[in-house]
Design a protein around this ligand. Sequence first.
Ligand code: TYD
Ligand code: ZN
Length: 424
Amino acid sequence: MSGKTLHVDKTKQENVMLRRTACRVCGSKKLHKFLSLGPIPLVNKFLGEEQLSSPEDFYPLDVYFCTNCYLVQLLDIVSPQVLFEEYAYLTGASEPMQIHFSKLADEVLENFKLNENSLVIDIGSNDGTLLQCFSKFGLQTLGIEPASNIAQLAEAKGIHTVTDFFDEGCAIKLRKEYGPANVILGTNIFAHVDNLESLMRGINCLLANDGVFIIEVPYLPNLLNNLEFDTIYHEHLSYFAVHPLVYLFRKFGMEILDVKQVPVHGGSIRVFVQRALKQQSQNVDNLLLMERKAMLNSLKTYLKFAEEVVLVKEKLVQLLKTLKKEGAKITGYGAPAKGNVLLNYCKIGRDVLDYVTDTTPFKQGKYTPGTHIPVFPVKKFHEEPPDYALLLAWNYADEILQKESDYRKKGGKFILPIPEPKVI
Ligand code: TYD
Ligand code: ZN
C-alpha cells in the first residue's frame, strides 16, 4: 500500500507560523509527545486537477500532553491565514446544527435573566445561525466573524456582524462601542485558538460583571474511548477535558458554573463560566471525578491510546490489502477533513480507493489532499457501486447506513474504520 501519489517525506516547516515550547493553558514546559500522525497536508484543502502536478505542502502533526495541567495539544501552529483562507464551512447549511443551536438558546433563556436590553455576543458567529435564535426573542445581538464573505451572509439576515479575529485588542474596541455583554458564546473557537491568554483577556474585558461565557468543545474522553484519532488535525489545537479548563478560567478569575455533555462533533461539552459563583453545579465535580478515574492525568493513558491508534492503522491496512487481493472494488464514502487524516496517516491512496463521494459541492470534481483520490457526487456511488465502501464520515454512520440500505440489500458492504475496523 505504498501509493505512488504520496509524497509524505516533504515536511514544510516554513509554513508553520510558530512552534510553541510551553503549554497553551499553564505555560509549563513539561510537555510529552505521545503521537505522531504526520507529516500530513492541510486536510480541508482539496486540490484542483491543475494542482496535482505541483509539490504539496506537508506539515508535522504531533500530539503532546502537559503533565502540569493535563492539556492535550498541538504545538506546531499553522498560520490561521494559510489554514482558513477560502474557508467554506457554513453553520446554517447543517440541519442538525440548527436544531442544536436552537436548543442552546432555549437553555440560556431559561437559566439566565435576560431581557430586550441584554447583549448576546457570538465569537466566530459564522452565518449568524446561532444569534438568530436569540434575536427572534428580541435580545440585542452582535456577531464577530473573521471571514468577510460569511459575515456578509449574517448581515443579510439582519444579524449585525463585525469582521474581525477576536482577541484582546478587538474586545477593547467592542466594549467601547457596544458596552458589556451579558452573554458571550464561543461554540466553535476554543479548540482552534492558539493564544488563549489573549482570548480570555478579551472575554474579561467584554463580559458584564454578572455575565456568562458559554463555550462548546469536543470532549477528550470521547476521542480517547472511540479512538477518534482522525479528529486530530491542524485546525484543532487543543483537546479539552474539564480539568485544564478549570485551570485556565481560574487564571482569569472565573469558575465553571455548569458543564454538560452534548452530542455534536463526536461528543462535546457545553461549559458555562462566570466570575462570581453563587453555587456550582454538581456536574462539574462529577466530570472531574470521572476524568480522574479515566486517568486523564497520566501520560500512560495517552501512550496506550497511541499504541491503539497504530493497531487500528495496521488492522485497517491489512483488511484493505486482503480485500484488494481478492479483487474487491473499494471506494470511500464521505470526504470529511477527518477522512483525509485517516487516508494520509494510513497511506491509503488511489491504488486502494477508486474514488470517494461527498455531498459538498465544492469538494466534488476535486482531489483529496495528499492522497489525490477523485471526489464525486454520491450519484457515482449509486451508478458504479463498489463491493466495499470505507465510511470516512463515520460520525454520520446511522444516517448513511439507513440512507444506503439499498446498496446493502444488494450485497454492498461498509467498512467502519474506528474504533476498530469492521465490515458491516
Ligand atoms: P463533517 O462531519 O463536517 O466532518 P469534518 O469536520 O471532519 O470535515 O463532514 C462530513 C462530510 O461527509 C461532509 O463533507 C459531507 C459528507 N457527507 C456525505 O458525503 N454524505 C452524507 O450522507 C453525509 C451525512 C455527509
Ligand atoms: Zn499545561
